[in-house]
Design a binder for this molecule. Structure first.
Ligand code: F6P
Length: 545
């Protein structure tokens, strides 16, 4: 195979660079003054979402050049390869077909789709049985609580979806345990009764230490409460590709739902890994969630690059990271239900694109996956927005804003919306020295004091943000939103020529931890380590005395 052309070697790269040099001095506000229709022309709609990307330091000409990069990087071919099941995860020689999990037809993957449909039917049956109160535990008590034990993709997706769809929550309460810290499980179990609790062990590999440790403890909790070993299967389900390991753990295959190696952990919420969500909100809602994502898939696969929402968002990421020096990206959902969105997106984007070699193994000397961070509005306004407005870092922001609230408290929601729009507008407008001085004079300060204080009130402005809106946050729009970011992540990986579907960088730390755990347990270990680690190990040992 011919090696991929690296980003700086694409023909349009220098053209985009020239635009960046010019636009560094440009004003976003002036763009609006020069073009009445900017807000309209810089808006895209797809799958119930609207993306307003007008408040960016981007001219139509610069965007046209970025779109040339998309053509030269053969983005449309890459998208076709993804959907056709080519082994786009080249280091593991696998396709990445998570879209099939939410599809309504096989799209040429007949055998795989058959398994998907069969698994969906099993998920539906399990969710319905639980929601009808037909699933009972060892003592005949109806199951009222489900605990999902998993970490990374086996936790963040289901946890986000369940909390985002809380307004649709049925009677069964779902809880999530992920951490190696025993306090996580302990805190969760404190309020639960073994007789009415069902554990879902989610682990693609069924080898993840945190998950296995927590599962063993959960089993011990059940046994201590009086469940017989033969009755445990009433309280445990497993979702995994490693059915054998699950069986060895004691979960019979009839209580296991499969996952496949063509689904990456961070792309797996659409699979049986999402079972807890289906239980929490009911099967119909979960099916709507899948359909919302499928609708974004359809948009992504078929739209021209200039109308393609995930691709456009990826071009913006490229623009700021590779041409204007940004190293981070901020996501600010203005909806309390989406408080877990930034955590989910951190794994999605940083585990996917936090890479330093190309698909061909070449070291890369340009920025790839930026740091993603954020929190819900308006909480962030009272903590880190200071830095967004007056700090020295370039922080492109995505505001995510459902336009209505499920709370029935429309007036308070109006204030939330006002805050969101105000933040985006303020980032763009900033405040000049003159305006700052005038504001202080108006507050009654004397001219001398006003002039002294004014520099502290100056806000440079011209700071870019997108606003993603939806009529309401519901299963379908949530599905579309997550699929949007998945595809954005994929597109950026193509520009950076990296494989977004492997995660070799997480392996070494796990291996080293095994050696350290061994050393912590031995009194005269022969294993030697660096001075700092040795000293910390000794400090830990002293604390145990
Ligand atoms: O360590 C990283 C990782 O492999 C993630 O990619 C994955 O989502 C998580 O661990 C959990 O893995 P598993 O589902 O196999 O337990």
């Amino acid at each position: 195979m011919t090696p991929r052309t690296l980003l700086p070697d694409l023909q349009a790269y220098s053209e985009v660079k020239t635009h960046a040099a010019t636009l560094k001095q440009a004003s976003i506000e002036r763009f609006f003054e020069a073009d009445d229709s900017r807000a309209e022309t810089c808006t895209l709609e797809a799958a119930g979402l609207q993306l307003d990307y007008s408040k960016h330091l981007l001219s139509h000409d610069a965007l046209a050049s970025l779109l040339k990069l998309a053509t030269q990087a053969e983005l449309q071919q890459r998208i076709a390869d993804l959907f056709s099941g080519k082994p786009v995860n080249n280091t593991e020689d696998r396709p990445a077909l998570h879209m099939l999990l939410r599809a309504s037809s096989s799209g040429g993957h007949k055998e795989k789709f058959k398994d998907v449909v069969a698994t969906r039917a099993r998920m539906q049956a399990i969710a319905q049985r639980l929601n009808r109160g037909e699933h009972t535990g060892y003592s005949g008590t109806v199951i009222t609580d489900v605990v999902n034990i998993g970490i990374g993709g086996s936790d963040l997706g289901p946890r986000l979806v369940t909390s985002a769809l809380k307004p649709f929550q049925g009677d069964i309460r779902c809880h999530y345990v992920a951490n190696a810290d025993p306090a996580d499980l302990q805190d969760t179990l404190l309020h639960l009764s073994p007789a009415s609790t069902l554990f879902i062990i989610c682990s693609k590999s069924f080898r993840t230490e945190e998950t296995l440790e927590n599962s063993l403890e959960a089993r011990a909790w059940m046994l201590t409460a009086g469940a017989k070993a033969t009755e445990l299967e009433k309280h445990f389900l497993a979702i995994t590709t490693n059915l054998q390991a699950a069986e060895e753990f004691g979960i019979p295959s009839s209580h296991c739902l499969p996952l496949w190696d063509w689904v990456g952990g961070r792309y797996s919420v659409w699979s049986a890994i999402g079972l807890s969500c289906a239980i929490a909100v009911g099967w119909e809602r979960f099916a709507e969630f899948l359909a919302g994502a499928a609708s974004m898939d359809q948009h992504f696969r078929t739209s021209a690059p200039s109308d393609n929402m995930p691709l456009l968002m990826s071009l913006l990421e490229l623009w700021y990271c590779n041409f204007l020096g940004a190293k981070n990206h901020v996501v600010l959902p203005y909806d309390h239900s989406l408080e877990r969105l930034p955590n989910f997106l951190q794994q999605l984007t940083m585990e996917s694109n936090g890479k330093r070699v190309s698909v061909d193994g070449e070291s890369l000397d340009y920025t790839t996956g930026p740091v993603l961070w954020g929190s819900t509005g308006t909480l962030g306004q009272h903590s880190f927005h200071q830095l967004l407005h007056q700090g020295q870092l370039l922080c492109p922001v995505d505001f995510v804003l459902p336009l209505t609230t499920h709370t029935g408290m429309a007036h308070q929601h109006l204030n939330l919306v006002a805050n969101c729009l105000a933040q985006s507008r303020t980032l763009m407008l900033g405040r000049s020295l003159q305006a700052a001085t005038d504001a202080l004079l108006q507050r009654g300060l004397g001219i001398e004091k006003a002039e002294k204080l004014a520099p502290h009130l100056v806000m440079p402005g011209n700071r870019p943000s997108s606003v993603i809106t939806m009529e309401s946050l519901n299963p379908a729009t949530l599905g579309a939103l997550l699929a949007l970011y998945e595809h954005r992540t994929f597109c950026s990986a193509q520009f950076w020529t990296i494989n977004p579907f492997d995660q070799w960088g997480v392996e070494l730390g796990k291996e080293i931890s095994v050696g350290i755990a061994q050393k912590l347990q031995e009194s005269d270990s022969k294993i030697t380590m660096d001075g700092a680690t040795e000293r910390l190990i000794q400090r830990w040992k002293n604390a145990q005395k």
